[in-house]
Structure formats: structure tokens, C-alpha cells
Design a binder for this molecule. Structure first.
Ligand code: HEC
Length: 204
């Protein structure tokens, strides 16, 4: 019993000795069991630093970078709408070129063709696996739809179609639209579009 009491008192003294001074003020550095990230190699903002040629620790951002979450400039190419209004732009704001078309064909085949089909008739491979009611681009409603609204559909999705804004860059979205128009045009040609030499053969 005596031993027990001695040990008991010693234990209390040891416990109070270690734990009792937690939170107490002292000029000595604390005992650090886990330093976590108290001290680290880092550059403080606005501090001089000799690593970079311009001796700044905070580097200026690279030209053309946009801060994450920064608002888009309200211009047609970013929104598909006329600046300062909610009206769609009628025509693709990106200048048309063969390279744009080629890019559009390639991106269309990657991102749209699985559902909308290579010919844009809404008969992509996914329709065999349960994707229902995929829009047919040759539907007169979609033929007369403005480029801006299609841009918006790619960016934000519509009804059953999911958004692709996060996957497809802005320029590529417009390229896809240029190609989509070509797909539509391929089924809208008239006799006027047939070159003279072939006309006779067709009319027979
Ligand atoms: C996963 C399948 C899928 C993919 C991929 C897909 N779409 Fe769609 N899309 C749909 C479906 C389904 C609809 C019909 C939506 C509805 O009306 O419910 C649709 C509708 C549309 C419409 C018509 C919207 C309207 O106003 O009726 C356009 C335009 C369109 N898609 C363009 C595209 C383009 C361009 C791409 C490629 C960037 C694309 N889609 C990729 C499934 C898809």
C-alpha cells in the first residue's frame, strides 16, 4: 500500500509537471514533437528573391493567362450572345477557314459523333446503348437555329444533353459549329450547287 501511494503521488507529480504547464507563458521555445509545417522553404509575397532574373518572389502571370473563376469578357466569342444583351449571335464570330473546318471535323468526331452520328442525324453509336432522343441536326428547327444558341448548347448542355464547356475549348466549339453547318449543308444542296459539267449527267 505504501508503494502504491508513493507511485500514485509520483504519477500525479509527473502528470502535473508535464501537462500542468500547457498554455503557460514562457520565453523558451516549446518542445516540438511534431513540427508539422511550422518552418518551410517558401517565398513570401512581395519579398525579394534572387532565384528569378527580376529578383521578385511574386512573379507576374504569363501573358494571356486568366485567373481561375475570373468572369468571361462579355463578347460574342465567349458567350454566343451579342455583347450586353441576351440575344444570340446569328453567325459564328470566328473567321472561317479550311483549318477551322478541319479542326471542327476532328473535334466533332471526338465529342459529338458518338451521340449525334457521323452525319449529324442523331444516330450515333450510343443510341444503341440507351441514349434516347438525340437531336438530329438536319431537323429544320436546328438548321435555322443561330450559331450562338448552338454554342450555348455545347457550353451548358440542354435537356438530356450534358454540358461540354469544360471539355472543349472556346475556339474548338466554334470550329465544331462551322463543321456542323457543313453537315447540314450537305443535305440541303439543290441543283444550283451542282457544277455545270455534272448537271447533264444528273438530269438524265
Ligand atoms: C452523350 C450524348 C451527346 C453528346 C456527346 C452530344 N450531344 Fe448534343 N444532344 C444530345 C441529346 C440527347 C440531345 C437532345 C436533348 C433534348 O432535347 O433532350 C442533344 C441535343 C443537341 C442540340 C439541340 C439542342 C436543342 O436546342 O434542341 C444541339 C445543337 C447539340 N446537341 C449539339 C451537340 C454538339 C455540337 C455536340 C458535340 C460538342 C453534342 N451535341 C454532343 C446528346 C449528346
Amino acid at each position: 500500500m505504501r508503494y502504491f501511494l508513493t507511485l500514485y503521488i509520483l504519477a500525479i507529480v509527473a502528470f502535473v509537471g508535464v501537462a500542468g504547464f500547457r498554455g503557460g507563458l514562457s520565453r523558451k521555445p516549446p518542445i516540438e514533437v511534431f513540427p508539422d509545417m511550422d518552418r518551410q522553404m517558401k517565398l513570401r509575397p512581395q519579398e525579394a528573391n534572387r532565384f528569378f532574373g527580376n529578383h521578385r518572389s511574386s512573379q507576374l502571370h504569363v501573358d494571356g493567362t486568366i485567373a481561375r473563376g475570373a468572369p468571361y469578357k462579355d463578347i460574342p466569342v465567349n458567350t454566343g450572345r451579342q455583347s450586353g444583351s441576351t440575344n444570340w449571335v446569328e453567325v459564328n464570330p470566328v473567321p472561317f477557314s479550311e483549318a477551322l473546318m478541319e479542326r471542327g471535323r476532328q473535334r466533332y468526331d471526338i465529342y459529338c459523333q458518338p451521340c449525334h452520328g457521323a452525319a449529324g442525324d442523331g444516330k450515333g453509336i450510343t443510341t444503341k446503348y440507351g441514349m434516347i432522343a438525340v437531336a438530329n441536326f438536319h431537323d429544320p428547327r436546328l438548321v435555322s437555329m443561330t450559331d450562338g444558341e448552338i454554342f450555348n448548347t455545347i457550353t451548358h448542355g440542354k435537356n438530356l444533353m450534358g454540358p461540354y464547356g469544360a471539355n472543349i475549348k472556346i475556339h474548338d466549339r466554334w470550329a465544331i459549329i462551322a463543321y456542323l453547318r457543313a453537315l447540314q449543308r450537305s443535305r440541303l444542296s439543290t441543283m444550283e450547287d451542282v457544277p455545270e459539267p455534272q448537271k447533264a449527267a444528273l438530269q438524265q
